[in-house]
Design a binder for this molecule. Sequence first.
Ligand SMILES: O=C(O)c1cc(=O)[nH]c(=O)n1[C@@H]1O[C@H](COP(=O)(O)O)[C@@H](O)[C@H]1O
Length: 276
Amino acid sequence: MNRTQLFENIKVRKSFLCVGLDTDITKIPKHLLKFDNPVLEFNRQIIEATSEFCVAYKPNIAFYESNGVKGWQTLQSTMDLISSDHFTIADAKRGDIGNTSAMYARAFFKKEESGFNFDSVTVAPYMGADSVTPFLEFKNKWVILLALTSNEGSKDFQFIKDTAGEPLYEKVLKNSQNWGNADQLMFVVGATRADELTNIRRLAPDNFLLVPGVGAQGGSLQEVAKYGMNKQCGLLVNSSRAIIYASNGEDFAERAYDEAKKVQQEMSMLLDKYLS
Ligand SMILES: O=C(O)c1cc(=O)[nH]c(=O)n1[C@@H]1O[C@H](COP(=O)(O)O)[C@@H](O)[C@H]1O
């Protein structure tokens, strides 16, 4: 999916919500355990309940690969349930020496080889240009580069300043824009870092930002929109646990529907406020 299509979907659905499919078999409702593949059944019902309210889905690969071959099959079957007008993110946080990154890129982008046809993959910038550029060689595919993450440990490295006083995450934002343009490069910025968003928008005015950390991690959607939205919205705000585990009873899909709808309604107001 390209940037124009993504923006169109945001306008049509009045939403910039990404639903995170971080499906953990120990957290899903017990009544689903009678199904052959409880995780797939859970994902099926979550996708059905939320698809009208979101523009993207982000399966976190750890939740699937932790279950070995069966997990990868579940991931594949889950991807088959997502319509082509939803942007898909393989949240895999990959990145290695060039020839290895090329293999990772094929794993998520080359359907004829791996079976997966994700629109994007999350990539760690730590190993530098040659670890990221192999992912950028695919047309209409995206790298979502970790810039400023939502977790406590982000302070360990991402704020370290060089002698000119520039923090590491700013270098990531600046230097990586020499590797790819805003039609193929997004950045991860945690919602818990809304205070840095004005600065981030100064450095990356056009790029979409994937913003995890609202919901369970407590980030503010209002602040993210206020400081992070650009002319094409430029935001995909992810929520995983707050939506998919809104209930662990038989009503889990209805409650996921309610939660996703609530977030979408708030997003619709924010789009009206900041996009016009
Ligand atoms: O790359 C990510 O998606 C990501 C980056 C980050 O800085 N923080 C972060 O929470 N995430 C992911 O976003 C999701 C957040 O899940 P919830 O906190 O349950 O909404 C998880 O899949 C995390 O791995």
